[in-house]
Design a protein around this ligand. Structure first.
Ligand code: ZN
Ligand code: ZN
Length: 264
């Protein structure tokens, strides 16, 4: 439901931009003035009309509506998994999957919970309360905890649509090779320092397949080259042999030292 509403909002924005591009009538300045004002209203309405959405911090999948948040006064204290910080209790979640049920002891008593995973990137975002054993905690049953560190409030993907996509270019020749929206993670390591994992690449060519031993196990990869200057920008994962690394198959690594932000 929320998704449909926000899609509607962004398509009206596109429609408004299209109208804006074709509504130049230099001989009738009053008419032109009226057009540009109504387009402005239209753009503002489109921004106001969309529901406020929380998205997965990794992949911007929409996972929760602002209106569904019941309380922001929750905490996550799981030091063994390195998870510690603020959390939200929400009445609903969307575009997520749940894991296996397990009993977990919280400060507020014993609960049966399932982890919730982003459907886009599989990241654990929090958990769902399946059952609360204490009478005073029953209100949480069927509700969701989102860890604040795992979600972002800004609807970044739609913001990007308003200003045009943000693009990474080959540092050598400024060929456009990757969109900011396609980046899954910036926490990767390349041959020369930091690297990005991206869903897609553009204007690149691939080399011969080879098996390479990486820190995370054996992978079959191909180098990716800038199509214009032939510079090696990173590699594509053709195959991951370890089950836990399969999510990288078909994805691209860009070395941060080889690409640059274009105009943003
Ligand atoms: Zn995600
Ligand atoms: Zn290049």
């Amino acid at each position: 439901m929320g998704n449909f509403a926000s899609r509607d909002a962004s398509s009206s924005v596109k429609e408004a931009q299209r109208v804006s591009a074709t509504s130049c009538r230099p001989k009738d300045s009053r008419r032109k003035h009226w057009d540009s004002e109504s387009i402005q209203d239209w753009l503002e309405m489109a921004e106001l009309a969309g529901p406020r959405v929380y998205s997965c911090c990794h992949c911007w999948n929409h996972v929760c509506l602002h209106d569904d948040v019941i309380s922001k006064a929750f905490h996550v204290n799981n030091f063994t998994k390195g998870r510690n910080g603020r959390a939200f209790l929400s009445s609903h979640a969307m575009n997520i999957t749940t894991g296996a049920k397990e009993d977990r002891q919280f400060m507020t008593g014993l609960h049966t919970v399932t982890d919730i995973h982003c459907r886009g990137c599989r990241e654990v975002l929090g958990w769902k309360y399946e059952r609360a054993y204490e009478e005073s905690q029953k209100y949480k049953e069927g509700k969701f905890i989102f860890e604040k560190d795992k979600i972002v409030q800004k609807n970044s993907r739609e913001m990007a649509e308003l200003v045009g996509p943000r693009v990474y270019s080959c540092r050598h020749c400024r060929n456009h090779v990757c969109l900011l929206d396609d980046i899954i993670s910036k926490a990767f390591q390349g041959r020369n320092g930091h690297a990005f994992l991206s869903y897609h690449a553009m204007n690149v060519t691939t080399g011969a397949k080879e098996d390479r031993q990486l820190m995370t196990g054996l992978h079959m990869i191909t180098n990716i080259h800038c199509r214009d200057c032939q510079e090696v920008l990173g590699w594509k994962y053709e195959r991951a042999y370890e089950e836990s690394q399969k999510y990288k198959e078909g994805r691209f690594i860009f070395e941060q030292a080889k690409i640059m932000q274009e105009n943003w």
